[in-house]
Design a binder for this molecule. Structure first.
Ligand code: NAP
Length: 281
């Protein structure tokens, strides 16, 4: 049990009636000038969190998970394959398109690391096709993983965050959520949906100290983009002001900031990490 759990009270709904003032860094009440004096001289100890990252078997999720582990956090790393690299947390098999699988994985993560305090919903798939060739299965399948999967995860982890008056939720969207992308109507719709979901949750959860933000990566060097041909890659490169393809570490660093105590006053934001690719959208 962590400090935030010890200091919170719940009613029948589990989220009302918390008398402890919400405060960054654990929700502990501060009430004396002595606290203030000590705070000025004591170096800040980053709180070690229970973190859940989806889609961490490779690509962006793997780098995000590794970044959290290297900062001393306890990380549950979910993917269908249930595998991850050494130093990227504890791998748990989970298909986010299956609610029972999500429930079981979150339960396992909580048993291993304590109730989830930081959620990074990163798992995502593409199934690119022009609209006239996109059957309903292609459309709903992508939505089911990228958008409804994120809904399932939030439902599974939000209760303890709200009770403890501290939480960080990050959705990994995409630059195409704003710009659109020919051949990716399903994917762009799913990623745009994450923005509406996040902003609604930012309003709902904000009063309980839980932030919810969206990262919109541009073109990042992973298996997902390796599938594109060289011509398409150089075409994209030409439209990136910083003139380089993004790295998974670019995304991980931004997520590390947003989920830290330093990022605690940011919620409902859509943060582009795209080298300028999406400017103006
Ligand atoms: P990636 O290399 O294809 O990795 C996708 C990850 O998601 C894998 O770990 C995969 O693991 C997992 N996954 C897929 N379906 C899943 C499911 N149903 N349940 C659980 N895990 C699932 O992709 P990436 O490039 O790292 O992308 C990560 C996220 O960033 C995605 O949401 C993507 O849309 C977004 N993004 C990427 C880029 C880019 O340029 N790469 C740009 C914008 C946004 P398993 O196969 O083992 O399940």
């Amino acid at each position: 049990m962590n400090q935030t759990q010890i200091y919170s009270f719940t009613d029948g709904l589990g989220i009302e009636g918390d008398s402890a003032a919400a405060s960054e860094g654990g929700g502990l009440p501060h009430n004396t000038t002595l606290d203030h004096t000590l705070d000025q001289h004591r170096p800040e100890e980053p709180t070690q969190r229970s973190v859940l990252v989806t889609g961490g078997s490779r690509g962006i999720g793997a780098a995000v998970a590794a970044q959290f582990v290297s900062s001393g956090h306890r990380v549950a790393n979910l993917s269908r394959s249930g595998s991850c690299a050494a130093g990227a947390g504890t791998a748990i098999g989970c298909d986010v398109s299956d609610n029972e699988s999500v429930q079981l994985a979150v339960k396992q993560a909580a048993a291993d690391n304590g109730a989830v305090e930081v959620l990074v919903a990163n798992a995502g798939v593409t199934d690119d096709k022009l609209m006239l060739r996109m059957d309903e299965h292609s459309f709903t399948n992508v939505l089911d993983t990228n958008l409804t999967g994120t809904y399932r995860l939030v439902k599974a982890v939000a209760g303890p965050m709200l009770r403890n008056r501290w939480g960080r939720i990050i959705f990994v969207s995409s630059v195409v959520a704003m710009s659109g992308s020919a051949g990716q109507a399903n994917y762009a719709a799913s990623k745009a949906g994450l923005i509406g979901l996040a902003r609604s949750l930012a309003r709902e959860f904000g009063p309980r100290g839980v932030t919810c933000n969206v990262i919109a990566p541009g073109f990042i060097d992973t298996d997902m983009t390796a599938a594109l041909g060289d011509d398409r890659r150089s075409e994209v490169l030409d439209s990136i002001p910083l003139n380089r393809i993004g790295t998974v570490e670019d995304i991980a660093a931004t997520i590390a900031f947003l989920t830290s105590d330093a990022g605690g006053y940011i919620t409902g934001a859509v943060i582009p990490v795209d080298g300028g690719l999406g400017m103006g959208n």
